[in-house]
Design a protein around this ligand. Sequence first.
Ligand code: BES
Ligand code: MN
Ligand code: ZN
Length: 496
Amino acid sequence: MDITLAAGPWQDVDTDWLIVGYAPADSPETFPAPLAALDEALDGTIARLISSGDITGKLAELHLLADVPGIAAGRLLLVGVGSIDRLTSAKLEKALVTATRRASKAASVRAAIALPSQEDGILDDNSAAGLAAMALQTGCVGQSLYRTEPGRHAFSEATVVSDAQQSAAVDRGSILGQAINLTREMVNRTAMEVYPETFADRAVTVANECGLECEVLDENRLRDERMGSLLAVAQGSTRPPRVVVLRHNGAGQDAPSLAIVGKGVTFDSGGLSLKSNEGMKTMKCDMAGAATMLGAMTAIARLDLPVNVIGLAGLVENMPDGNSFKLGDVLTARNGTTIEVLNTDAEGRLVLADVLAYAVDLGARRLIDLATLTGACVVALGEEVTGVFSNDDEWRDQVVEASARSGEPAWPMPMLDLFDDLIKSDVADIKNVGPRWGGAITAAKFLERFVDDTPWVHLDIAGPSFASSNKAHREGGGTGCMVRTLVAAAEAMENG
Ligand code: BES
Ligand code: MN
Ligand code: ZN
């Protein structure tokens, strides 16, 4: 879906749904100029709705005016953005996605979002226009992939209405929205459809579309590359494993590379340490890290960022079987570290171990990995906050700042030496589980053993990458969280 940029006046925008944001303090005297003109065309309807208390401007409050005479649009959808003084990009996104979700329930709808310009106070023009484009892309896509009657429909035309010159911001927002939708779609598709080979096939297709180099490592190659830890996890499945390597070469050959590594467990049954029905229900989502990497790489390529980025996905299915890896097994990872397996459900770290080591060997100078790694991280930070773990304070701060700029909550966790003792093994170098407490940190400490001295950030997205239910402001299922943060982190690399 393409997004066009159009200029006002708002009352003349020819569309089916015109979405207009307003704040609680907006009264006829303080209306931004284009809103005042719109209200005049409406004979003061908005002003009357405010004085009667029917609209308050509370964040994400919707008020629909259908069949309104006086303006070109078929419907006017007013959406509250909350207090302008306290407006953040996350809040504006929430408001705009609530509105685009509402407008996309019917098929073949033309939708437009009108935004006042900077003098009128909402964020800065570029962020607001970018968010509007993104909301048009993400709000009209749902998780009802397999319904005969889909719950949402792509807009037949999508427009951002603004007087300022913001085509670059609109393009960027649109590209980010499409990247997020790709990640969401990959997560939302069933494990029957998405397994290592089909994920890799899709990565090849997507790479060709957006100009990324793509290489797929099959089982034999993974054996040649000594990825014993990843291969052990794959052993119990009829689906052979794959590692996908994507490259965006936006800077010179000698420029340092950022590597983004994603956990791609296409289904996590727990293996012989089998999960309960309740715990297994949503485990098609366990490849969200790999899907987030893929989405972000498409955006990095399409934005043609002047940086070198390598995207890697470790793809396996974790299943119980006569061939499964077993408790007590000792694995030798690519970097020579030996690992005692004490729980086959702690498989994500075993997959990432080898792919992180491979990324280091490819010459990556900065690392970010993303993984639906631990339930413990969800216990610690809740369902909406990403856990941040690192071996390098400076790089960690850069990634956390990128997440803040992107409006995606992320929080650093302590990586104290005392946690290293908790994964020592009596029979091997390390074991793949620690004690119950501090489980998100011991998992991160395990990963740290495979990155050498490379500045590395691990993002545990077990909570925020998958939403259990639909809400007015966001669809359930895959969320596409951290796609924007990755792009923002790559952009920050440009500057050193
Ligand atoms: N994929 C799960 C983690 C997970 C849990 C993701 C909930 C999304 C939502 C991971 O492979 C896992 O099973 N982790 C175990 C680790 C334990 C065995 C040390 C967990 O969190 O229980
Ligand atoms: Mn598991
Ligand atoms: Zn898992």
